[in-house]
Ligand binder design. Sequence first.
Ligand SMILES: O=C(O)CCC(=O)C(=O)O
Length: 254
Amino acid sequence: MHVLTDDQVAFYNERGYLRLPGVFSPAEVEFQSLELERLIDEWAQHGVGWRGPWRKAYMSAEDDARTQLAAMHELQNYSEAFMRAVVNDRLTGAVADLIGPNVELHHTTLHAKAPGMGTPFPMHQDHPFYEHEGPAYVDAIVHVDAAAEANGCLQFLEASHTQGPLPHIRGPESSPHLPTDQYRLEDAVSVPADAGDVVFFSYYTVHGSAPNRTDQWRRLVRFGYRDPDNVQTAGQGLGRDGLIVRGQKRKRTA
Ligand SMILES: O=C(O)CCC(=O)C(=O)O
């Protein structure tokens, strides 16, 4: 049984992203939302967000000094709401339609942009953060709050996934990101979404997001799913087994 239509799969393959509305019910979103309030208070790390020279291109010095982000990993290890979410049938079915039939959960990460000046994200691919050998990796952004341009929704460079892994600017004081003069947020397509929607994208798709300038939190959780045969070579979660949420993980022959 497929979750996505042929048109939705074709859209994803062509453009490198796809919004799927209403994956989670209002009751499920409410449970996630209440739990995020607790997790942000109890477990998340609070900081200024990603560092690096890109910040000067994105913000005035005054705004830069005020940015705030709450982040944490592996929310399913702290809350039933997110354990249930990572195995959600519609969500994992959609991922299977994109990279299946076998699907392994690789990680979850919270990005909560604080009210006032929630930190922006520079244009980047997610591949440098958790490098694998091949393309069979999908990031699923679970929207616990609605996101629009005013609070910093996701923005994608259409069809950029077809280029494969790109060289990123890296350094001890810099999160991996692409040169700001060549990859501009202004050229990216905004993908607003409602609470309960999921936005899927390839970890090769170039994306970023603007600051949250509203007076409310903008809370999204990224679930990373891979084909278990796509071997990780570096980065977040290297060497860790993940939950098989669809199909099987087969033993590799030498
Ligand atoms: O939370 C955001 O606005 C950006 C998210 C992002 O860039 C990512 O999950 O890779």
